[in-house]
Write a protein that binds this ligand. Structure first.
Ligand code: ZN
Length: 434
């Protein structure tokens, strides 16, 4: 593996490790953007922008958009937009759902998105998210392996290997500690006190919490030749990483460049800060207005724009070859995947796919396509929503990966470099002259 390809994968590993929740992902994106000269803006304040300036804005601490106004007015050159999502399937702690059973303090959890549940059992789990205190909101990552959701022993269920259906209320309670004799606190109070202690907070000042479980096992480069990367949250932190690297290296062009990182894709995106919210459209219209646009300039700016929605793509699984249409079976190492669906669960059209293929060709990067088997419905992501809400033509793409939504997903090291390079090209090229 070439050095720069390996180094980029190692950087992806550190990015994922530092991002156990969407709030953390946004903090890490923010740090990286700041180090590349991006300046924070606040939605509540009035903005004044310089052409060629580098800016970012957050919503809810879990979505973020970064942008560089180009040399030409937006309504003459439009935006080059790349988007991904910051959230991943997980389990959210029900903070009052504490109980003692057999002397063990357990917390009940809600599933967030669609995790492959069995992969979360017998793992060393920690907690990350945010805590609202009397003094404000704090991002919290306990880092230590504080919780575990245990399987039953096979001797108690001899049919275990035929597949287990876990009851989400009763079987997925996470064990946190052994209760001490004489502790008079209620289980919920005990949990809050333990979290406060680990996080260095005063338990009495905690007003509310949004905490998610995550696996403490670090990402690893794997395979005999280091060709794979295995980790939690590759869907979709890998694409967030590619995009932030790409916009970090975006140079001043005629067009404006924009990167958007949305929370809540895994639960349908219909939130204050999700892809199915006003966040992106508000931002585009505001940028047009703030840079002197009038009348129908905002509509012109959007009609001139192009968007790449980047999210994980299912690689051809060698143990389940029958799951793919044989004509559309993307391979790990085979390059970015264009995702297509006749029901437009993906935003890709023949025209937007052709444009993405030209981008890949200009970087000498191989490109693949994915259409599901005709008897398996297609997945979806943020592309169609943002395209429908903004009127901006879009293509859905992603790097191929195995075991999407497992606690341990696997993707290709080379594919990550391919995708990152293509996105860099996207920000730094004139799409009309490809
Ligand atoms: Zn995804």
């Amino acid at each position: 593996m070439q050095d720069h390809v390996k180094k980029l994968a190692e950087d992806l590993a550190s990015f994922i490790e530092a991002s156990p929740s969407a709030f953390h992902a946004v903090s890490v994106l923010e740090e990286r953007l700041k180090s590349r000269g991006f300046i924070a803006l606040d939605e509540k304040e009035a903005w004044s922008l310089q052409r060629g300036g580098r800016y970012y804005v957050k919503r809810n601490g879990s979505s973020l958009a970064a942008f560089i106004p180009g040399k030409k007015p937006l309504w003459e050159s439009g935006f080059h937009i790349a988007g991904a999502h910051t959230d991943s399937p997980s389990f959210r702690i029900k903070k009052e759902g504490a109980s003692l059973q057999g002397g063990i303090l357990r917390m009940s959890v809600e599933t967030y998105g669609g995790p492959i549940i069995s992969t979360w059992l017998d793992r060393n789990l920690s907690l990350a998210g945010r805590v609202v205190t009397a003094a404000g909101t704090v991002t919290v990552d306990l880092k230590d392996p504080v919780a575990i959701i245990m399987n039953q022993a096979i001797h108690m269920n001899r049919d275990m290997n035929k597949g287990v259906e876990y009851n989400k209320q009763t079987h997925l309670q996470a064990a946190f500690t052994i209760a001490e004799q004489g502790d008079e606190r209620s289980p919920a109070e005990l949990f809050k006190a333990l979290v406060a202690e680990k996080a260095g907070l005063d338990a009495d000042s905690i007003l509310d919490m949004e905490l998610f479980l995550y696996d403490v096992q670090k990402p690893l480069i794997s395979g005999m030749r280091g060709e794979f990367i295995s980790s939690s949250r590759i869907d979709n932190l890998a694409m967030c990483h590619s995009i932030v690297e790409a916009i970090g290296e975006a140079e001043l062009q005629d067009h404006s460049s924009l990167a958007v990182f949305f929370d809540n894709e895994e639960i349908g995106s219909r939130t204050l800060q999700g892809a199915d919210s006003s966040f992106l459209r508000d931002l585009l219209d505001r940028l047009t207005a703030v840079t002197g646009g009038k009348g129908d300039d905002s509509y012109r700016a959007r009609a001139l724009s192009f968007s790449i929605s980047a999210d994980g793509a299912h690689a051809h699984h060698p143990n389940y070859p029958e799951s793919h249409d044989p004509a559309y079976a993307p391979k790990i190492g085979g390059g970015p995947v264009i995702k297509i669906s006749s029901t437009y669960r993906y935003s890709t059209t023949a025209e937007t796919a052709a444009l993405f293929k030209k981008l890949c060709k200009s970087e000498d990067v191989p490109v693949q396509e994915l259409i599901n088997r005709s008897d398996i419905p297609s997945g979806s992501t943020i592309g169609t929503m943002t395209s429908a809400l903004t009127g901006i033509a879009s293509v859905d793409v992603g790097s191929p990966m195995f075991a999407m939504h497992s606690i341990r997903e696997t993707a290709g090291v080379r594919d990550h470099e391919y995708m990152t390079r293509v996105l860099k090209r996207f920000y730094n090229c004139d799409l009309n002259s490809l």
